[in-house]
Design a protein around this ligand. Structure first.
Ligand SMILES: Nc1nc2c(ncn2[C@@H]2O[C@H](COP(=O)(O)OP(=O)(O)OP(=O)(O)O)[C@@H](O)[C@H]2O)c(=O)[nH]1
Ligand SMILES: [Mg+2]
Length: 216
């Protein structure tokens, strides 16, 4: 599936106002400033999510409807030190409620900065999303353009070890260069549209005929 029809649906600060059509949701989560909004723009090939070099830019849960089939959800970051404790707690509670209670949430893309060690919050989230039977986790290391090729590999191995996951389950991405974009799109597609049958079947739509390149 190509991500071609993109509609901004709204920004929310409570669950009850969120779309009720029960389409599957793909939420991007991670520390403040890790690059959530940037990776969404890169994946969608459109500047729809607001980005900023100042952490704490995204403060509401933003919904983008794709191809009328699913939502991409941009979450506020956690752990932004400069925010007043009370507001921080309120955000974190809101994000937690969304993750716990939103039944249409199907995929969580957990982002980690390739240059940093996962902190306690990152580790807790990684453990938690692995344990949820109805949610598929995707782990992505962001900002790969900021480190050398050698360090990409080294840091990936280290972070995999830290999180008790296989390095093969970790994707690498750069919103600056677009490196890793295709692998992420392919992964999201495969989780949204699991195929039980081989792709070549009679009566196929052009979507199932997409070559790898056509997805981009
Ligand atoms: N070099 C480089 N910079 C990046 C990349 N992704 C994001 N950035 C920069 O990192 C900063 C934060 O990016 P955002 O996408 O706004 O991060 P966020 O996680 O949405 O931040 P909050 O909404 O504040 O939680 C911006 O200055 C981006 O330009 C990347 O892949 N490479
Ligand atoms: Mg953001």
């Amino acid at each position: 599936m190509k991500f071609k029809e993109i509609e901004f649906i709204g920004s929310y600060k409570s669950l009850d106002k969120m779309p009720a059509d029960n389409l599957p949701e793909v939420a991007f989560i991670g520390r403040s400033n890790v690059g959530k909004s940037s990776i969404i723009n890169n994946v969608l090939n459109a500047k729809v999510a607001k980005t900023s070099s100042t952490p704490g830019k995204t403060q509401l849960i933003n919904f983008f409807k794709i191809n009328k089939k699913f939502y991409i959800v941009d979450l506020p970051g956690y752990g932004y030190a400069q925010v007043a404790i009370a507001i921080k707690k309120e955000w974190e509670k809101f994000i937690e409620t969304y993750l716990r209670e939103r039944s249409s949430l199907k995929i969580i893309v957990l982002l980690l900065d390739i240059r940093r060690e996962p902190n306690a919050h990152d580790r807790m989230l990684s453990e938690w999303i692995k344990s949820l039977p109805t949610i598929s986790p995707i782990i992505v290391l962001t900002k790969s353009d900021k480190v050398s090729r050698n360090d990409i590999f080294k840091n990936k191995v280290r972070i995999a070890k830290d999180l008790y996951i296989s390095q093969h389950d970790i994707l690498i991405h750069s919103s600056l260069s677009g490196d890793g974009r295709f692998d992420l799109i392919k992964k999201i597609n495969s989780l949204l549209e699991p195929r039980e049958m081989p792709a070549i079947e009679e009566g196929e739509s052009d979507e199932t005929n997409d070559s790898d390149e056509a997805l981009l």
